[in-house]
Write a protein that binds this ligand. Structure first.
Ligand SMILES: [Zn+2]
Length: 203
């Protein structure tokens, strides 16, 4: 191994969210000093996740099974579907323990700058899911809560999804304006997130 391999690792880590070049360097030095403990565990965890984690075929969450534990849970409220941009938002909402419905993960937000188009997101699958549920007596989706961040991309995505579902009979709501502008849901404290859900409204 040459220093080139270490540079490659630093570059790789520096491209992770929230990481810059200096943090990546510090991380790599930390790992090299603890090669047989921290680095070894990290390699094992990454390999386990890489090999075993799958995307849920229904909602886009991740689990070790092809249908996630939320979609399999019969105690969840089938009539409410919360649309989020990413799995990290789903985790943030789950962490509060307040919401007991199910989810639909879009896999990102529409973005002109980043070149994310409607066909790059799970929007067609969402439409089909809501549409097909309308024929079911006990599992019909009655409310879709579009839970997006309050930044431009989040709001653009929210209105696009609303427009896609407008011909269906489902009620469409969004989180209250308590969500601070520019905030990602995952960055909100539990109290703010619960209040935003409680005071959700049609739009
Ligand atoms: Zn699922």
């Amino acid at each position: 191994m040459s220093v080139g391999e270490i540079e490659k690792l630093v570059n790789c880590i520096s491209r992770l969210p929230g990481m810059g070049f200096r943090s990546a360097m510090r991380t790599v030095v930390h790992l090299l000093k603890r090669k047989h403990t921290v680095m070894n565990h990290l390699i094992k965890s990454l390999t386990d996740v890489f090999e075993n984690v799958k995307e849920c075929g229904i909602c886009g969450n991740i689990d070790v099974k092809s249908t996630c534990f939320i979609c399999l849970d019969k105690k969840r409220d089938f009539s409410t579907l919360c649309v989020v941009s990413d799995i990290s938002d789903l985790w943030a909402i789950e962490r509060t323990g307040f919401y007991r419905g199910r989810y639909h993960v879009l896999g990102g937000k529409l973005s002109a700058i980043d070149g994310v188009r409607p066909e790059d997101l799970n929007i067609t699958r969402l439409y089909r899911r809501v549409c097909e549920s309308e024929d079911s007596d006990d599992e019909a989706i009655r409310e879709v809560i579009i839970a997006m961040s309050a930044d431009l991309d989040g709001q653009t995505t929210m209105f696009f999804v609303k427009d896609k579902l407008k011909e269906l009979s489902v009620k469409i709501t969004t989180l209250s304006h308590g969500v601070p502008i520019g905030s990602d849901l995952e960055g909100l404290d539990d109290g703010t997130l619960i209040a935003a859900f409680k005071h959700r409204h049609s739009f």
